[in-house]
Design a protein around this ligand. Structure first.
Ligand SMILES: C[S@@+](CC[C@H](N)C(=O)[O-])C[C@H]1O[C@@H](n2cnc3c(N)ncnc32)[C@H](O)[C@@H]1O
Length: 262
């Protein structure tokens, strides 16, 4: 595996936002009745989680958002403000393009239609798109491994902290992962929630021709870190997906919801 690109400098130099979107979000996108994207199981879990109505509030912070907004489509009905964040400028730019309706922005319509279908009305996807654009209020640079990930910006504690498939990329080993989860947990208000989606057992992931390194997670490591951070785990379920061969060697992914005691 000497051909793997390791470390944050390699990520900065070689990660191409549009290639990530083509590799991961567009895989098999085929229209109704499902959107066909590999992220459909995550969209379904996010829909179920937020539509219960008890995870809501002023602010949701997403850590390591990448160039994607699929993870915010259900949430935007339940928060006044969503803050996206990522380590890479190219990812922040990709989201800003979508917010500005730049003609070169990624087309999220299939994902928006799919989530609207889950909510019972596929036809209202354009309203949803506008609602999401209004709700994403900030797109911040972030390094999840820093004591203040948004330095020099200081954010007040949030009602919900979300992170999808990012911390296994941000953290070099399990001990760093545990301290990062603890630190991120401190950004959540008492009574607030933590939602993680994580790939399991990954040693590499591809973005176009670039093969990146990744830390292999297990459900025990994720759950242990969340409990150590002082959270009560409400659910931890398999997402039941693997990637097409040669893209990423995850054996599964998990979806975890936890609450910080008041
Ligand atoms: C596999 S992508 C996931 C993107 C998106 N959340 C998704 O669900 O598709 C991993 C993301 O983690 C980001 N990342 C890597 N190291 C990071 C760090 N130290 N702090 C914040 N984000 C980081 C990368 O820039 C990349 O966007």
């Amino acid at each position: 595996m000497e051909d793997k690109l390791i470390g944050r400098e390699a990520l900065k130099q070689n990660f191409v936002a549009k290639e990530y979107l083509t590799t991961y979000v567009s895989v098999g996108c085929g229209g109704p009745p499902t959107c066909g994207t590999i992220y459909a199981p995550a969209l379904e879990k996010l829909h179920k989680t937020f539509s219960r109505g008890d995870i809501r509030g002023d602010t949701l912070i997403d850590i390591g958002s990448g160039p994607t907004i699929y993870q915010h489509v259900s949430a935007c009905e339940y928060f006044q403000e969503i803050i996206t964040s990522d380590f890479l400028e190219q990812n922040q730019e990709e989201i800003k393009k979508w917010l500005k309706k730049d003609p070169e922005a990624y087309d999220w319509s299939l994902i928006l239609k799919y989530v609207c279908e889950l909510e019972g009305n596929r036809e209202k996807w354009m309203e949803k798109e506008e609602k999401l654009r209004r709700t994403i209020k900030r797109v911040l640079p972030c390094d999840a491994t820093l004591p203040n990930p948004f330095d020099p910006v200081v954010l007040p504690p949030a009602d919900c902290l979300l992170s999808t498939f990012a911390l296994e990329v941000a953290c070099k080993d399990h001990s760093i992962y545990r301290s990062v989860v603890k630190n991120l947990g401190a950004l959540v208000k008492p009574g607030g929630h933590l939602i993680f989606a994580a790939t399991l057992g990954v040693s590499y992931w591809m973005v176009g021709p670039s093969k990146f390194d990744c830390m292999a997670l297990t459900p025990e490591v994720v759950e242990g870190a969340v409990k150590d951070a002082g959270f009560e785990i409400l659910s931890c379920e398999s997402l039941g997906f693997t990637f097409p061969p040669g893209i990423c060697d995850a054996y599964d992914a998990l979806f975890l919801v936890a609450r910080k005691p008041k």
